[in-house]
Write a protein that binds this ligand. Sequence first.
Ligand code: MG
Length: 294
Amino acid sequence: MKLRPLSRRTTLATAVVCSALVGGGVAYAATAEPAIKTFTPRSADQVTNIDVLRQQIRNYYGDPLGTGTFAPDGNYAKEAASVAKAGQRWLDGRHHEDSDRSRDRDREHGHGHGSTGRKAIVLDVDDTTLTTWNYEIASNWAYNPTTNAEYVNGQKFPATPGMVAMVDRAAKEGYAIFFLTGRPSSQEAATLGNLTSDGVGVDAGYPAPTTLPNGEDGLFTKPDVSAYPDYLQKACAADPGGKCTTIHYKSATRAHIESLGYDIVANFGDQYSDLKGGYADRTFKVPNPNYYLP
Ligand SMILES: [Mg+2]
């Protein structure tokens, strides 16, 4: 029997708890629970055999033989594109509502500036704007930071279906475009290159992220704890080792963006941890059956 590694995120969460124990028995470690809350099967018949499940996922991606290339007309591509379309309808609506309102205001008062800030969208990267299917196949769904970095730094990920058109249109409607990823800061340049067009590896063709009024670029990668800006230090002070959980990192960054004068109209992510914690008028869940990030 082959032993298979746990999913990447479960492994990481366990590692954090273990190191906390080794580091001196932090109180929360005693009550550590798995990140994934689910039922306990009474019978093996209540769960899908993991090899069968892998085949179902390959079928879903329109890649039954597991070549690492998903089909543009497969069910994954269709479902991702339908989320992008739903996002586009929402953004179109908010854009038009705004123009109507400012036209009415123009008529009444002779001016037309809204006061709620510039409209913006926030997008996660992995499996929200770039699809990592090729890496899931190459790694047999066993995340490893070293092999993953080869794909990231090689800029090997294609765009998630439907998303480039949606983001392009949002940018043309005047939305500020922000990317918010748990990838480390060391991968920022490669991430930007893969997302936009730098002639290296895959160029997904997204519009460049919007530079903020304070000069920050609009691609937020996760810094080392020692380099946290104030807003992360504050928001994550009670997290283990002061290191932000995904939810705290992402929601505090969205709060930071809004504090600089933006209204985040839509937030797109493939993980619930991308979407929880507020600071977005609406959230959009992009499909991803491959892994779970607490
Ligand atoms: Mg993601």
